[in-house]
Design a binder for this molecule. Sequence first.
Ligand SMILES: Nc1ccn([C@H]2C[C@H](O)[C@@H](COP(=O)(O)O)O2)c(=O)n1
Ligand SMILES: [Zn+2]
Length: 175
Amino acid sequence: MKNDSLIHWHSMFMGVALLAAARSKDARKRNGACIVGPDNKISGVGYNGLPRGCDDHDEHYWQDDDSDPLNSRHSYIVHAEQNAILNCTSLPLHGSTIYATQYPCPRCVQSIIQVGIKRVVYLDKKAHQERVNAASEKMLADAGVEIESLQALQPESAEWSAELAQFIETSTTNR
Ligand SMILES: Nc1ccn([C@H]2C[C@H](O)[C@@H](COP(=O)(O)O)O2)c(=O)n1
Ligand SMILES: [Zn+2]
């Protein structure tokens, strides 16, 4: 007998992004991203973290002094979207979609555009980063890359993803 109670593709891919995020060591925010080809095949997954070889236990990397690049976490962390692109196992990425747990920053948007990704689906958008988000939005629009919230695209998937995020958050201690 056939089982019709399955999740939507959007739920699956945002779910993969959320699972990847659970590997992040950033105590402030764990983000994940999943790149999918037009044939619904996953090409790459990533989460925010330090570059290979940089010790996660070195507190120097996690400092919050944005007035000094040497002492700012922002100089060191590779974003989830960037890692997903760098981790891709199948190329090219032209025409792909990236599922991201957070609205992509301008730096990631540059990479998204340059590798030919044509669509971004995101889960959360930080309202207080209005100007940064606007910069991302301008580049995406000019480059013809579609961006949409999972909530607008598929409300059931957004609800399911929020529940999954909550479940992951409460159940991720060295499992
Ligand atoms: N689209 C994004 C935005 C941020 N991140 C990472 C960078 C940090 O590790 C963390 C929190 O970011 P912040 O609010 O300090 O800029 O999330 C990412 O991976 N993707
Ligand atoms: Zn970014």
